[in-house]
Design a protein around this ligand. Structure first.
Ligand code: NDP
Length: 492
């Protein structure tokens, strides 16, 4: 068993209480490392360190170009360490090694991109309408940013926050999920190596229900950037509101993958499978509803089932595994419960539908890739986020009906459209209530393109040019150039 420490103020420390908790390997179903279990006092230490770093000349006094160079240096170190981090993530949260390698190969781009942006943050001179004054704006960092991330793509989702937050000149206290803290702590070492001043990035580990509230409500935290479930996100939002803190919330989804009768069916089959069974369905953008045009419904379902059946389930550390374990024990129960709910509501299961117990699954927490057909839009399986390899297929007759069903949930994170008609593609991209719409593809993301949710799927955008604005505040500066202070009793 490896024992980890947390990163506070540039030092690797134990918690004040000395407590740790065990983190488990979901493929083996066994603990493999001890993680510090922070308490409120540790959160206070981390926030104090981040606050001191924010004010210190070693960070505040750094030119924007030098800050950008640090981020780019970090990107290079990350690229060098990608394989090791991928292995740790796979061990700790069961994510496929193939997916982790791809994510980690791509992740440095965020630090290059936002590093490049650091010295392009500019204010404006306002052509002000009042005589005798000069007015300009400054773009300033907010202060200490609390970054809270879930377990499903931990380093990537942290990167989406850390890269723009640091490029803008903030300091960070990052609380990773209790289920994916090991990779976060290993990742933390690279900030030191890159030369970030102590306290600019701090990592506190532990249980969200024990330290999350303290972190979000801390008076010296200026902003909260959260990715997680919508219920937790709602609590974070309410708490942040009490101290008027800005938030970025990236929450859940129930995304629709819509297949029209003019689609290239074999491509659409791959797209729907990629939407729900890749990452074992444990992704916020999972295309967990397939809306299928009635004229091709039977043909599409049989092709889909035939293809999904071939998915190789098993050891996530093998290069050719396609479906890995469920990351956490509670999540395993939740996914199995939803399968029973779907059955009891009358949805027809045509693939999977139970815990996977094949020899190659060992004692791991696996669920068979599962497909329900003849799902009604009102069923819970069509409305609620399962976060597992469970697909609900819903037939539709007209484009109008497809839009109504697709938009008929509280979420609005993403949607997929499969069609060969450009008019239909453009029309649907406009009518779908989702922060991302993919046409004839699914699950594409980039550091250059904004990502975020409509409706209950979140607030704010990550990645792309707009993301940097989430970590800045605009100041308006007025300077008298007339040399003559006018009547003090009349507003200028
Ligand atoms: P949770 O909402 O349970 O947890 C997210 C993070 O919040 C974890 O670090 C958790 O810590 C922490 N947390 C828990 N309770 C509190 C609290 N009271 N105050 C502050 N923080 C708290 O989500 P999961 O980890 O289960 O992740 C899955 C969810 O994340 C799904 O709903 C998914 O859709 C969503 N998600 C959204 C994405 C997006 O970009 N829109 C991307 C990826 C996932 P701990 O783990 O220790 O409890």
């Amino acid at each position: 068993m490896k024992t980890y420490r947390m990163l506070i103020g540039g030092a690797w420390v134990e918690t004040e209480s000395g407590q740790t908790f065990e983190t488990e390997n979901p493929f083996l179903g066994k603990p493999w490392a001890a993680i510090p279990r922070a308490g409120a006092a540790d959160v206070d230490r981390a926030v104090a360190a981040a606050r001191a770093a924010f004010a210190a000349p070693s960070w505040r006094g750094l030119s924007a170009s030098a800050r950008g160079a640090l981020l780019r240096r970090f990107a290079d170190l990350l690229a060098e360490d990608a394989e090791r981090l991928a292995q740790i993530e796979t061990r700790d949260n069961g994510k496929l090694i193939a997916e982790m390698r791809a994510q980690l190969r791509y992740m440095p781009q965020w630090y290059h991109y936002f590093g490049g942006l650091a010295d392009k943050i500019e204010g404006r001179v306002i052509p002000i309408d009042k005589p005798g004054v000069f007015n300009f704006t400054r773009e300033e960092p907010l202060g200490v940013v609390a970054a809270i991330t879930p377990w499903n793509s931990p380093l990537m989702l942290a990167t989406w926050k850390l890269a723009p937050a640091l490029a803008a000149g903030n300091t960070v206290v990052w609380k990773p999920s209790e289920y994916s803290s090991a990779s976060a702590l290993e990742f933390g070492e690279l900030f030191e190596k890159a030369g970030f001043p102590p306290g600019v990035v701090n990592i506190v580990t532990g249980f969200g229900n024990e330290i999350g509230e303290r972190l979000v409500s801390h008076p010296h935290v200026a902003k909260v950037a959260f990715t997680g479930g919508d219920r937790t996100g709602q609590g974070v939002y309410e708490l942040a509101a009490r101290s008027i803190k800005p938030v970025t919330l990236e929450l859940g989804g129930k995304s629709a993958n819509i297949v029209f009768d003019d689609a290239k069916l074999d491509d659409a089959v791959k797209g729907v499978v990629s939407g729900i069974f890749a990452a074992t369905g444990q992704t916020c953008i999972a295309g967990s509803r397939a809306l299928v045009h009635r004229p091709i419904y039977d043909e599409f379902v049989s092709k889909l089932v035939a293809f999904a059946q071939t998915a190789r389930i098993g050891d996530p550390s093998m290069d050719d595994t396609q479906v890995g374990p469920i990351t956490t024990r509670p999540q395993l129960s939740k996914v199995l419960d939803y399968i029973e709910i779907a059955k009891s509501e009358g949805a027809r299961c045509v693939l999977g539908g139970q815990r996977a117990t094949a020899a190659q699954c060992g004692d791991g927490w696996f669920v068979e890739p599962t497909i329900f057909v003849d799902v009604k839009p009102s069923m819970r399986i069509a409305q609620e986020e399962v976060f597992g390899p469970v697909l609900a297929i819903i037939p539709f007759e007209t484009e109008e009906e497809a839009v109504e069903i697709a938009n008929g949930t509280v979420y609005g994170l993403a949607a997929g459209v499969w069609t060969t008609s450009i008019e239909r593609a453009l029309g649907m991209s406009q009518r779908l209530e989702a922060g991302t719409v993919w046409v004839n593809t699914y699950r594409a993301t980039s550091y250059m393109s904004p990502f975020g949710g409509y409706k209950r799927s979140g607030i704010g955008r990550e990645s792309g040019l707009s993301a940097i604005r989430e970590y800045l505040q605009e100041k308006s500066v007025w300077i008298d150039i007339s040399g003559n202070v006018p009547n003090p009793f009349v507003q200028r």
